[in-house]
Design a protein around this ligand. Structure first.
Ligand SMILES: NC(=O)c1ccc[n+]([C@@H]2O[C@H](COP(=O)([O-])OP(=O)(O)OC[C@H]3O[C@@H](n4cnc5c(N)ncnc54)[C@H](O)[C@@H]3O)[C@@H](O)[C@H]2O)c1
Ligand SMILES: O=C(O)C(=O)C[C@@H](O)[C@H](O)[C@H](O)COP(=O)(O)O
Ligand SMILES: [Zn+2]
Length: 363
């Protein structure tokens, strides 16, 4: 199955299905065979879990650069190492890089591709549930010790090959993390879909066909938004629902301490409490949502490790900040996101409310 992504700078397809790596490479052969060198960027965990399947089904010779696992690969040091690898392998502007891994590998690879010789092509081969989000839309970045994704570029891939067989080796923490972004896509787009997700008995045990359907829906939501606003001047901000508080807690925990989606889930509960103040989100709904997330083992206790002031320092690094004012994505109702400026006092009050609600619900 194919989902088109028509971004302003570049259009491409997301090829999604079970066991499609070989056939997808075949259908992309015009793009692949014109490259003078193929380089695969991956991380040590992905390579260990999926190297055999990859090598059996990737029909071309390639160089491989194996990076530190997970978020650690989004460091300045690894970014430099990635460039060193490309230079030492005599890559040129005609070389093609594959991002084989989760969102961390995808973000690092995309940014390395955007910057090597001022830009060479790359293809995303995502291996996590979360990467239904990260592999699509061309946001690429590395982290700075002072904040998430602070150094990066908008740079679209040539294609996305999403072979969902790769998801079979994912640990449950990463399934949980990825499902948070699926739930985000539902929250900002479709109440019926969200209700279906919230009725799932266990978010880490969804049957493969149903999971593929949710991933496809998430990709469609994202592709539709990216087609309208590639570089986040308007509606793309909606994809940041839950990320202002979420990124703060992710950075405070030290990159990799909390999975991205785990932090985003906490941030989404914060954003729901804030949404209650201005729109049609009820406290009853927020509690129901929090209970669902808590029962699915999202790590809400993490909040109590930090003070509001710790988190606020990071929130001030949010990329939606303009003219010194912090902006949040809120929901008017489920499926109807909008952006609102929020001052420090209100951020502090909502942080306090979140802590009270966690004490009440997460016993
Ligand atoms: N660019 C975007 O639009 C966008 C969107 C969402 C998230 N992100 C970024 O994506 C990153 C999170 O992505 P992620 O959740 O995929 O994390 P990740 O890439 O860190 O992968 C999670 C962990 O699972 C391992 N792993 C990956 N695939 C595996 C597999 N198939 N089998 C076994 N282990 C596997 C990884 O090595 C890592 O340890 C964050 O850095 C986040 O900021 C970017
Ligand atoms: O694609 C987008 O736009 C998003 O905001 C998707 C987010 O899930 C993702 O985590 C993104 O990397 C966050 O971007 P940032 O600009 O807040 O760093
Ligand atoms: Zn995210």
């Amino acid at each position: 199955m194919q989902i088109p992504v028509n971004a302003k700078s570049h259009s491409y397809e997301v090829l999604i299905g079970s066991g499609i790596l070989r056939s997808a490479c075949e259908s992309l052969k015009d793009k692949i065979e014109k490259a003078d060198k193929l380089v695969v960027f991956t991380d040590e965990n992905v390579w260990q879990a999926q190297q055999n399947y990859f090598v059996e089904n990737f029909p071309y010779p390639f160089e491989v650069f194996v990076m530190p696992g997970g978020e650690a690969c989004k460091s300045f040091k690894n970014f430099e190492d990635a460039h060193t690898f490309l230079i030492e392998k005599h890559c040129s502007r005609k070389s093609l890089v594959f991002a084989f891994g989760g969102g961390a590998v995808g973000d690092l690879t995309g940014f390395a591709a955007a910057t090597f010789m001022r830009g060479i092509p790359y293809i995303q081969i995502p291996t996590t549930i979360l990467a239904h989000d990260s592999a699509v839309g061309g946001k690429t970045a590395i982290n700075h010790p002072l904040g998430k994704n602070l150094v990066g570029a908008f740079y679209q891939p040539e294609a996305v090959i999403y072979d969902i067989n790769f998801l079979e080796s994912l640990p449950s923490k990463e399934i949980r993390s990825g499902m948070a972004e699926v739930i985000k896509h539902a929250l900002i787009s479709d109440e019926t879909w969200l209700k279906e997700l919230l009725q799932t008995p266990s978010i880490t045990n969804i049957e493969k066909k149903l999971l593929a359907k949710h991933l496809k829906s998430g990709i469609e939501v994202k592709a539709n938004i990216v087609a309208q606003d590639e570089t986040e001047h308007s509606v793309r901000k909606f994809l940041n629902f839950g990320h202002t508080y979420g990124h703060a807690i992710e950075a405070a925990a030290g990159y990799g301490g909390l999975a991205h989606g785990e932090a985003v889930m906490i941030g989404m509960v914060y954003a729901l409490i804030l949404s209650e103040r201005y729109g049609n989100i009820s406290r009853e709904f927020t509690k129901e949502f929090l209970k669902f997330a808590y029962n699915n083992n999202y790590p809400f206790k993490e909040v109590f490790k930090y003070t509001f002031d710790d988190l606020y320092e990071y929130m001030l690094k949010d990329k939606k900040m303009e003219y010194g004012k912090l902006k949040f994505v809120l929901l008017q109702e489920i499926g109807k996101p909008y952006v609102k400026e929020i001052d420090e006092l209100e951020c502090r009050e909502v942080d306090r409310e979140l802590r009270h609600l966690l004490e009440e619900v997460c016993k």
